[in-house]
Design a protein around this ligand. Structure first.
Ligand code: FEO
Length: 399
């Protein structure tokens, strides 16, 4: 049975949610599921704006057919050609052979790469600032490359001031009937997943996200309809503020996140002792994570959120403990910058992890590395407690 909601009188949400998928992009755990949003505009002409993932094809098609209610589909607007949104384009083309596909030049290159189809006479190629008239409604297109793929564009509906923003402003998390931000407690239930989605999916492209925000700043936007997560119809400045922080790699919170790797509990002990010392000094909301039990996407999101990060890891095979090495590699890949970092390492002989972590951090932009690096020789002793005390003080002084 169809399951749709009205966004406005003539604009309809026709998406769906997947609560069975364990890993988004086969990488990121999504314990709260994920939604694939799609929209239909019914005017003199009809248009679908992006389709949906293959996991919800049946629901999606039923939704579109219900909203069209026997009418022809005139346009399939393709803002983004990643398969979680484009998997049903061919399903629509088969049902509506006269529908025109609307995209930019890159869109159709990617469409041909993913699918076998004869596009002759079926496409409308748009570029920056082009418009598609639907009757009372007009979609105007803006190119936003690398938010999140190079072909991405957004569509701004000029009558109702609605931005169809593709992946931008999206979030992990299934939609539970409530599809609008004013129907949910976003801070309590969604912010962590929205941050984790942004940092891991688009985090690398902060420069491009910032450019897109600047370009769209001239528009009067009353509603944002993303391809994942809730639709924003009030308090849009809150979301923009989050995106400004994330795209500029500016921490949201002055806080300390301690991430440790520990084989036998001694590096964990150092992390806990440091956390307790910081708490004694009045530092609140300290977060401590065991890297072996926490998905890297959560750690990346916490690193984006927080101003101060402490990384603690043993030396392993002459290198950095592998999972910590992977986290540092991910930080490099996602262009993490502008953070204050403390380092703790450990080893029973030839302790080198601290220096190697420092070397990797030095390749990232504007990272302030605190002194001293605390080297634990097998387990904490009085002399290393003194070094931990010095690191604590350096953190306090810079908070
Ligand atoms: Fe939700 Fe870049 O696809």
């Amino acid at each position: 049975m169809f399951c749709t909601r009205k966004v406005s009188e003539n604009i309809h949400w026709v998406g769906g949610s997947d609560r069975r998928l364990a890993l988004f992009e086969n990488i990121f755990p999504i314990s709260r599921g994920v939604s694939y949003n799609s929209y239909v505009i019914t005017d003199e002409k009809t248009a679908v704006i992006d389709t949906a993932d293959s996991s919800i094809s049946e629901q999606f098609i039923e939704n579109v057919m219900h909203v069209l209610n026997g009418r022809e589909l005139d346009y399939i607007v393709i803002n983004h050609m990643e398969p979680d949104h484009c998997a049903n384009i061919m399903n629509l083309v088969l049902r509506f052979p006269n529908a025109k596909l609307v995209g930019n030049a890159k869109t159709f290159v990617f469409l041909n790469q993913f699918y076998c189809c004869e596009l002759e006479g079926k496409t409308i190629t748009v570029k920056e600032d082009d418009a598609l008239e639907l009757g009372d409604h007009t979609l105007r297109f803006y190119m936003t490359p690398m938010v999140h793929w190079p072909e991405v564009m957004v569509a701004y509906e000029e009558k109702e001031n609605i931005l169809f923003s593709a992946d931008a402003f999206g979030s992990f998390g299934a939609l539970n009937g409530n599809i609008f931000n004013d129907e949910i407690d976003f801070d309590r239930d969604w912010l962590d997943d929205a941050r984790r989605y942004y940092c891991n999916i688009v985090g690398k492209y902060g420069v491009q996200v910032k450019a897109a925000i600047a370009k769209l700043a001239t528009l009067d936007i009353k509603m944002i309809c993303p391809l994942h997560g809730p639709i924003w119809r009030n308090n849009i400045e809150y979301l923009l503020d989050k995106y400004q922080h994330w795209s500029e790699y500016r921490p949201e919170d002055k806080s300390v996140v301690i991430i440790y790797a520990s084989m036998y509990g001694n590096t964990e002990n150092a992390a806990n002792v440091l956390a307790a010392k910081l708490a004694d000094e009045g530092v609140k909301n300290i977060s401590v994570y065991d890297i072996s039990n926490t998905h890297v996407s959560t750690l990346i999101a916490e690193i984006f959120r927080s101003s101060h990060i402490v990384l603690a890891a043993p030396t392993y095979n002459g290198g950095i403990y592998p999972i910590m090495h992977n986290l540092l590699h991910d930080m490099q890949q996602l262009n993490v910058q502008n953070r204050t970092i403390g380092i703790i390492d450990n080893g029973t002989w030839a302790i080198t992890a601290g220096k190697q972590m420092r070397d990797m951090l030095a390749q990232m932009k504007n990272m302030t590395i605190l002194e001293p690096t605390v080297s634990v020789k097998s387990s904490l002793k009085e002399e290393t407690m003194l070094k931990l005390e010095e690191l604590k003080q350096a953190i306090i002084n810079s908070l």
